[in-house]
Design a protein around this ligand. Structure first.
Ligand code: ADP
Ligand code: ADP
Ligand code: MG
Length: 656
């Protein structure tokens, strides 16, 4: 076994790999960019090496710097994690040429599966069912459009180099083909430097079911059962589970056999995943699943497989890479219970899942598992760390296991309700709404479920009076005072109360709230005027002090937690100039740093509410910026401009 390895990644996956390595007595070397100098993975590793500036192209994607770090520190092998260089065969070649071991498959296996079109042709030959479609060389729009017509609409245009749901467009009718094609190409070019696409049949009532496989250098290939990743938004996984709900013995046998055949066809070694798309319109049928792609790496959602098999997939990766045989034979790998994983992201679900950034001023993860269940939190951040625009905004993976699906799902819901994040917009409430959805709860899930119910899943009820009162009290500073009926502390409370402002101004979204704070008999009273929703003043007595509602105060804000739902109130600084407050009306600002890819409107143009004005590429995704209201454009950003967070993208003319 290796004595020392280098982990060429960051965040939760770097931490997760380091943990297993440590348990196995293997020393670890972390690498980091300037943005990650104080990151958790750096702290956890035995050693750490700086590899460059924050942008991935200057650090985590620079093969030479990473290999040099391994050489200097005497690491024998490199674990790539997922993303970054994990599926880059040229990197594997360089690692091997430097006399090091790549903890993953051979460059040849990665090449065989790297491009979706070539992989599909290969799988067809191996007898694995593939999605009907065109995966040939021709790229002319006339050819692709006529192929689409032959395949029959709806079709899916996919970047052949695609990953992470990028460079993909569903097209429902021929008129939209050209526009969708150029969008897919643009995104593919930006993300992968390759704008070649394939066109395939869009499968009805699609379910994404994938099979975890493992191979070694002795020709052995086993599967570790399936995962269902059908809960998706924008083709990205949201909650994954194992096993797949409704799976039959017959379907499982067919899918796992196809997966093992696929891996054997490329003499696969290490951890890999065969992703299948399933037509579930008539339930799970062995003649209704097709190969979609193979991910030649450890998958984000591998923990659900670990929970149901009791195995450590990183340990297996290390063993196989060190030249050992697979630790178990197929009939020794058993399935136990059910597991879920939810991806906790810094993103605004209500705004089309717009990625968010921010400092995690307050961060609490669940610690208690409900009876009969097991929980696990995979994270790479601590309280006080920042979610930067440079990397994937995932904060944590919440993983729950139980003897059956219902117990595991209840445990996941309980985890979400115990999670508290303040300082960035997060998707906790959305995940909880999905976990509580009636169809999801019965396992009736397909990849369109979230899209169909998006409005309901991303809408949270407005805060009730109790929540607003708690926020006002926290903002006033009164809640720092002793909270009890003990006469002595009540007296101290009175003494301090003079230091507490008696009116507090808050903002919830666009809504201004004024609250009057009073104290009587050791209890605080909060007058809300006007009351949220009712318009009438209400008097709200609270049990004095923090106490019953968990909340967090952070610069300029108070966040109140109500189960998985959180309410963030801005506490305007009374000293801030009126000027500052007035700016921003009549203009649209960049929600995050990015590149202005396409500009669709010009100065002087009259635009209607909802009309797309420009496309901002940020955090590897394209975001369409639409007009918030009707108006005339006074000024608009130029195509190709690099903008920072808060830059004015569009300024509207004053309406007369
Ligand atoms: P998985 O298939 O392992 O669940 P995904 O399908 O979510 O992972 O993503 C596919 C790949 O794209 C992964 O390697 C992941 O690290 C990467 N990825 C996903 N989202 C982003 C992002 N926002 N920025 C950069 N890479 C990403
Ligand atoms: P990526 O490399 O981005 O992960 P995939 O080919 O794995 O790309 O597809 C991502 C997701 O898009 C799938 O999980 C599925 O939800 C959806 N998808 C892909 N192909 C099809 C198809 N032919 N029909 C319906 N949905 C599809
Ligand atoms: Mg995929």
């Amino acid at each position: 076994m290796f004595e020392k390895i280098l982990v060429a990644n960051r965040g939760e996956i770097a931490c997760r790999i380091i943990r297993t390595a440590r348990r196995m007595g293997i020393a670890t070397v972390a690498v980091y960019s300037d943005a990650d100098a104080h990151a958790l993975h750096v702290e956890m590793a035995d050693e750490a090496v700086r590899i460059g500036a924050a942008p991935v192209g200057e650090s985590y994607l620079v093969a030479e710097n990473i290999i040099e770090a391994a050489r200097i520190r005497g690491a024998e092998a490199i674990h790539p994690g997922y993303g970054f260089l994990s599926e880059n065969p040229d990197f594997v070649d360089k690692v091997v040429a430097a006399g090091l071991t790549f903890i993953g498959p051979s460059a040849a296996s990665i090449r065989a599966m790297g491009l979706k079109d070539a992989a599909k042709r290969l799988m067809e030959k191996a007898g694995v069912p593939v999605v009907p479609g065109y995966h040939g060389e021709a790229q002319e729009i006339v050819v692709l459009a006529s192929k689409a017509r032959e395949i029959g609409y709806p079709v899916l245009i996919k970047a052949r180099a695609g990953g992470g749901g990028k460079g993909m467009r569903r097209v429902d009718n021929p008129d939209d083909f050209a526009e969708a094609l150029s969008g897919a190409r643009r995104e593919a070019k930006a993300a992968f430097g390759d704008d070649r696409v394939l066109v395939e049949k869009y499968v009805e009532k699609p379910r994404h079911i994938e099979v975890q496989v493992f191979g070694d250098d002795f020709g052995n290939v086993v599967h570790l059962y399936e995962r269902d990743c059908s809960a998706q938004r924008r083709h990205q996984k949201v909650i994954e589970e194992a096993p797949a709900p409704g799976m039959t013995a017959e379907m499982r046998a067919a899918m796992t056999e196809a997966a093992v055949t696929a891996a054997q066809a490329i003499a696969y070694s290490g951890a890999g995943t065969i992703e299948f798309i399933v037509d579930a319109s008539e339930g799970l049928r062995p003649d209704r699943f097709w190969f979609m792609e193979m991910n030649t790496r450890l998958q984000v959602e591998h923990p659900v497989t670990e929970m149901v098999t009791g195995l450590d997939l990183v340990e297996w990766q290390l063993r196989v890479a060190a030249g050992q045989r697979l630790p178990l034979k197929q009939d020794e790998i058993t399935l136990n219970g059910h597991a879920f994983e939810a991806r906790l992201y810094a993103e605004d679900a209500a705004k089309g899942f717009l990625p968010a950034t921010g400092t995690l001023y307050h961060l609490r993860f669940p610690i208690a598992a409900p009876a009969g269940a097991e929980i696990r939190v995979e994270t790479g951040v601590r309280e006080g760390d920042a979610i930067s625009p440079y990397y994937d905004p995932m904060i944590a993976k919440l993983v729950a296991h139980g003897p059956d699906r219902a117990t595991a799902l209840a445990a996941l819901s309980s985890m979400l309700a115990q999670t508290e994040v303040a300082g960035s917009t997060v998707n906790t409430a959305f995940l909880a709404a999905l976990a509580a959805d009636a169809d999801f709860a019965t396992g009736d899930v397909d990849t369109g479920l979230i899209g169909r119910k998006q409005e309901a899943l991303t809408t949270v009820p407005p805060p009730g009076a109790e929540i607003v009162a708690a926020a006002a009290l926290a903002a006033s500073g009164a809640e720092d005072l002793p909270a009890s009926n003990d006469p002595w502390s009540a007296v101290t409370g009175y003494a301090h109360f003079h230091a507490v402002p008696k009116t507090v101004k808050l903002k919830f979204g666009e809504e201004d709230i004024a609250a009057g704070i009073s104290v009587k008999d050791g209890r605080y009273g909060v007058d809300l005027s006007p009351a949220m929703n009712t318009g009438a003043p209400t008097r709200h007595h609270t049990g004095a002090g923090a106490g019953h509602l968990p909340l967090a105060r952070w610069p300029g804000h108070v966040t109140v937690f109500d189960g998985a739902v959180s309410y963030t109130f801005a506490v305007p600084d009374p000293l801030a100039s009126a000027d500052e407050a007035g700016a921003g009306t009549g203009s649209l600002r960049a929600p995050m740093p990015g590149l202005v890819k396409v500009v669709r409107a010009a100065a002087g143009e009259r635009v209607a509410k909802g009309q797309p004005l420009l496309i901002l590429e940020a955090m590897k995704m394209e975001h369409t910026i639409a007009a918030p209201h009707d108006g005339t454009i006074a000024e608009i950003a130029t195509e190709g401009a690099q903008v920072s967070d808060g830059t004015v993208l569009v300024r509207f003319a004053e309406e007369g």
